[in-house]
Every structure is written in C-alpha cells, then in structure tokens.
Design a protein around this ligand. Structure first.
Ligand code: ADP
Ligand code: MG
Length: 354
C-alpha cells in the first residue's frame, strides 16, 4: 500500500492558504510524522488525508487510486484528535466498541476485538468505567484503542500526547512505538515536538507555512537538514547558525573566524550543532579563544554560552558531556569547530549548500 499527495493545496474560505503544493508518498507500515511549528498546516494535512476537509487543488492517492473525493468513511482511516473526544455517557467498553457497532460487526466478534485492543493498550481493567472516571493518560489510551479497534489501514493522530504531563507523555510515547511494532499498522502522527518526532518516526515530513520543507529519516534530518529552518528546528539546543562570508579560504563574521577549505567565496550561513563543538581549557592549535558568559547545567550535560569578547552578544552555544564544574563566567576557553561537522546554508534562500 502507498499513500500519496500530489500538488495538494488547501485554501480556506477566508483566503488562508494552509497547504501549499504538498507532495509526498509513503508506504504501508511506516510511522510518518508531520512536524512543524504551530500554524504550519499539520492538522489541515491530516484532515485532508482523512477526507474531513476538501482539498482545493491536487490529488490524494492510495495505491495509485484517486481518493480525492472519497468520503471519510470509505477511506479506511481512523483519526485520534488532540482533545480525544470520548462519549462521556458511554462506558469505556462502548466507546471502543462504537466503530465496530456502526460497521455492524457480530456481537461476539466485537467482544473479542474490544478485549484484544484493550489488553494491548493496558486498559482492560477500566472497560466498565465512564470517561470521567479515568486519568488523562487512560482516556488517551481509550481514544487510541477506539481508533485502532477496527484495524484501519491508516491511523492518524493529531498531537495525541499534548494533553498529558511530561512523564505520562514519555510513557505513552514508548507505548505507541511498541504498538506500532506489534500492529504493523501505518501511523501518521502530528506533533510540534521535535523530540517526539525524532524518536517515533520512521520518516518525518517537516512543514512550514503549509510547505513541505524536508521529508527524510530522523537521522538524515539531523545530519543533513535541507534548510536553515530545519537546522534550527531540530536539536536541543538548536544548531548554532552564524551569518558571514567566505573569502580566501576563511569564514568571517563578527563572532567567528575559521579556515574553511574548498568552499566558494560569498555570503553564507555557517551552522554547527552545540554538541559538535570541541572544548579545551588551554590554548591549542586549531582552537579559538572565547569568553565564557553563562554556564548552565542540564544534567548530565553542560551548556556553555560563549562570546568572542566581553560585552559582545552570545556567539555560540556549546553542549559538553564532561564535567565543567571548574569553569565559571568570564573564563577564557578554547573551541574547535571540526570541518566535517559544519553545515552551510544559502544566506538568501536558507537552502543547504552542497
Ligand atoms: P497546525 O496544525 O500546524 O498548527 P493548522 O493546519 O491547524 O496548523 O492551520 C494551518 C493554517 O490554516 C493556519 O494559518 C490556520 O490559522 C489556518 N486554518 C486552520 N483551519 C482553518 C479554518 N477552518 N479556516 C481558516 N483558516 C484555518
Ligand atoms: Mg494542529
């Protein structure tokens, strides 16, 4: 099975262009993530795929067949919403059974399917409760169970973890990953949380302003961000990006000067991840002196905010795994920016430079 969008655009009646020429294709069994900031079109993309929203132009295809005008019920997809909308007057069992009842499954079959999915999601002890007698995490699992019980070919989830507290979020995330491995169902999962995207996704679709910016594996998105936007969106803390120019084999900016081999002259954005900068306490060849501004412990790592000179704005953020308790603000430290870890982006378009 394959699912594809071809030149899909969505304009709402008030003129908002929510999806701008979206193109992608993925296959059965993947865990696809729509990742992007608020308002980037993630929910709209999901709703258009599920048929809950009409697309303005372009085509949605499943196995090469045009489903653009197929009603939601005939798409064999289910959706878990952000607020998980359970039927408050029905017990958990009936909430989960509902999609099977409307599809007129026989009673014994319904019973089996509800119990199986409840067991899988570890809510089999709550089948007799009403939604208000559940914690947020349990209610969320009921919503997922209801979406999965009839074994749709695709399960779409729109920020399903956003109402959970941090610990529960992490647990549910792990559970979703296990569920995906067990069920081999295709998941499409919406999030604005890059960490969630990186840990869950087999591939990630990065959206910004309704446009697809990059569609790649988490690893590729981390190692080869297609644009400056992706580079700054993925990673914590974000990649350092410094605007400057290359001439005579050197990168120059107010904050940083570096020898750069084999790059064309011109204005560029240089990028390096905080975890790829190397620290020394004493001067060494290829290490550049900086003044330490702020030291932040984010156990087990330390973040160092450094400046070129005192009084300058912060030049770069360094993330160090080793113990830095000997360092304090205003110390001089020495940093190396390994050539193999540098990224370059076009200063005007933000596109990655080869
Ligand atoms: P996300 O889920 O990434 O936060 P959405 O898909 O909800 O983004 O929204 C994308 C854009 O479309 C936003 O600018 C939003 O304001 C707009 N939008 C969403 N729904 C509607 C609607 N029903 N009418 C008009 N504009 C909408
Ligand atoms: Mg949304």
């Amino acid at each position: 099975m394959s699912v594809a969008f071809q030149n899909v655009s969505k304009r709402f009646s008030d003129g908002t262009l929510a999806l701008d020429n979206l193109e992608f294709e993925f296959s059965k069994g993947e865990f696809i993530i729509f990742l992007g900031p608020s308002g980037s079109g993630k929910t709209t993309a999901c709703r258009c795929l599920a048929g809950l929203e009409e697309i303005t132009s372009g085509q949605a295809l499943v196995d090469g067949k045009d489903i653009t005008h197929l009603p939601p019920r005939e798409r064999n997809m289910s959706m878990v919403f952000q607020n998980y909308a359970l039927y408050s007057h029905k017990i958990v069992y009936e909430n989960i059974a509902y999609p099977l009842r409307i599809r007129k499954y026989p009673r014994a079959k319904i019973d089996q399917m509800v119990k199986d999915v409840a067991k899988l999601l570890q809510i089999d002890h709550y089948l007799g409760r009403k939604p208000r007698q559940l914690s947020g995490g349990q209610a969320q699992r009921v919503a997922v169970a209801r979406a999965l019980v009839w074994q749709p070919s695709i399960c779409l989830m729109d920020e399903p973890l956003s109402n959970l507290d941090a610990i529960l979020r992490l647990q549910t995330r792990t559970e979703l990953k296990r569920l995906h491995e067990e069920l081999k169902c295709t998941f499409v999962f919406v999030t604005h949380d890059q960490e969630e995207a990186m840990t869950l996704g087999t591939r990630i679709i990065v959206l910004n302003h309704g446009k697809l910016i990059q569609f790649d594996s988490p690893k590729k998105i981390y190692t080869e961000p297609a644009t400056r936007f992706v580079a700054e969106f993925i990673g914590r803390p974000a990649m350092n990006t410094i605007e400057g120019k290359i001439s005579n084999g050197r990168f120059q900016s107010d904050q940083l000067e570096l020898s750069i081999a084999g790059r064309a002259a011109g204005k560029v954005v240089l990028g390096i991840r905080p975890e790829h900068i190397v620290l020394q306490r004493e001067p060494q060849i290829d290490f550049i002196p900086f003044t330490l501004d702020v030291v932040e412990l984010v156990q087990p790592d330390t973040l160092l905010f450094v400046k070129k000179r005192r009084g300058d704005p912060v030049s770069v953020v360094v993330r160090i795994m080793e113990d830095c308790s000997d360092l304090s603000p205003r110390d001089t430290i020495y940093l190396k920016f390994p050539q193999s870890k540098l990224h370059f982006f076009d200063i005007a378009t933000g596109e990655r430079l080869p």
